[in-house]
Design a protein around this ligand. Structure first.
Ligand code: UD1
Ligand code: UDP
Length: 359
């Protein structure tokens, strides 16, 4: 039995292709949902749209502090893993659910596969960095989305168990863009700036949130923002929600499923985000990206000036971002960066697991 441990929106998106590829290979699998994300449009919709079977258990660990979520997930995971005794656990990305899975499975001596191993921001105060480092060091097989990630792991002495498979999110993106015929903008659709915003660094401080709203206003273009529930709550707590809703070029909508997200990306001239996943998907969809965190991320895209960092609280940085935004146009498929594989990451993962005798 292979157990996938997931709990957050981006993990459902990463799980889908690997689940299907393992099914094709005849493997027995089950899914544990930590419950970290729990709203219908943050969780169930992805299982439905991506054809993933329902998790056999939900640990309902969501809605608390880092320690509360991680600890509750660990207690539930220990019980489930002891009961079902899987031969292999698969973890995704860098969230508290990933961390809980790594620590728990490792102490039960269950081999761990980490999907999306190796990205580093080199900033320890970034909560995801902490989760990634621990998970990579406790895992037995490390699947990297790009060459930079493999180099990072080699520097940490983890090269032997690591390999580049390409990014599994590209598998999902292509399957949906292909299925819906929405990879490219059609003549009648209005171009937009697509915005996502949820990271702790950008939601825990009122001045920071106000500065982000100022930046949106100054962009001038129509900005569509499927708003993460954390961000809505924080805007409300800081008394900024009304201000956000009154910005005439900003359309705030509820979080959307992945099919609608691909449709929005296909209309985007520019993507404004603090999301690790969305900033990378910008290169799949052909829209340049303003990244709202002072972190090194997706180094190849940064070097190409596809991904441009902006500090919304710094006047000079905002001016440079506005100049970048003004110039940004959708890139034709052949002009898009190609650092994240060929959309067949899941198949490669299955092949490696077979070669290692793990499935
Ligand atoms: C988490 C991950 C982050 C990832 C993001 C994906 C960690 C440390 N952070 O951040 O790396 O980028 O998921 O989206 O694990 N909430 C709801 N409904 C939901 C989910 C969340 O209302 O379905 C609200 C709750 O108030 C919750 C807050 O959002 O306390 C934060 O949720 P949490 O899962 O802790 O962190 P994210 O910001 O979603
Ligand atoms: N996404 C989505 N609906 C939304 C916002 C994002 O389907 O309303 C998708 C997005 O395209 C990407 C993933 O969710 O595939 C990224 O998740 P998120 O930004 O929450 O997390 P991160 O990547 O920062 O960990």
């Amino acid at each position: 039995m292979i157990t996938h441990i997931v709990g957050n929106r981006p993990q459902f998106i990463k799980l889908a292709p690997l689940y299907h590829a393992l099914e094709e290979a005849g493997c027995q699998q089950n899914i544990i949902h930590s419950g970290q994300h729990y709203d219908e449009n943050m969780s169930d919709i992805f299982f439905e749209e991506l054809g993933i079977p329902a998790p056999y258990v939900n640990l309902e660990a969501g809605g608390g502090s880092h320690a509360q979520v991680t600890a509750k997930a660990m207690v539930g995971l220990e019980e489930e893993l002891l009961d079902k005794k899987p031969e292999l656990v698969i973890l995704y990305g860098d969230t508290n659910t990933t961390l809980a899975g790594a620590v728990t499975a490792s102490k039960l001596c269950i081999p761990i596969v980490h999907v999306e191993a190796g990205p580093r921001t080199h900033v320890r105060t970034n909560p995801e960095e902490c989760n990634r480092i621990v998970t990579d060091h406790l895992s037995d097989v490390l699947f990297c989305p790009d060459a930079v990630s493999l180099e990072n792991l080699k520097r940490e002495g983890l090269g032997e168990q690591a390999c580049v498979t390409g990014d599994i999110m590209y598998d999902t993106y292509l399957s949906i863009a292909g299925r819906t015929g929405q990879a490219e903008i059609s003549g009648e659709q209005e171009e937009i700036v697509l915005m996502t915003w949820h990271r702790q660094e950008n939601t825990s401080n009122k001045e920071r949130m106000a500065a982000i709203l100022d930046l949106v206003e100054r962009l001038g273009d129509k900005v569509v923002c499927p708003l993460h529930p954390r961000t809505r709550k924080c805007l409300s707590q800081f008394g900024l929600l009304e201000r956000a809703e009154s910005i005439s070029n900003l359309e705030i909508i509820n979080p959307v499923g992945y099919v609608e997200m691909v449709r929005l990306m296909s209309r985007a001239r520019l993507i404004l985000t603090d999301s690790g996943g969305v900033s990378k998907e910008s290169s799949f969809a052909g829209a340049k990206c303003l990244f709202m965190l002072n972190l090194d991320i997706w180094e190849d895209l940064m070097r190409d000036d596809w991904l441009h960092r902006v500090n919304p609280e710094d006047a000079k940085s905002v001016e440079s971002a506005l100049a970048f935004a003004k110039k940004a146009v959708r890139a034709a498929p052949e002009e898009r960066p190609r650092y994240y594989g060929d959309g067949c990451a899941a198949k490669k993962m299955v092949q490696v697991l077979k070669e290692k005798g793990l499935i």
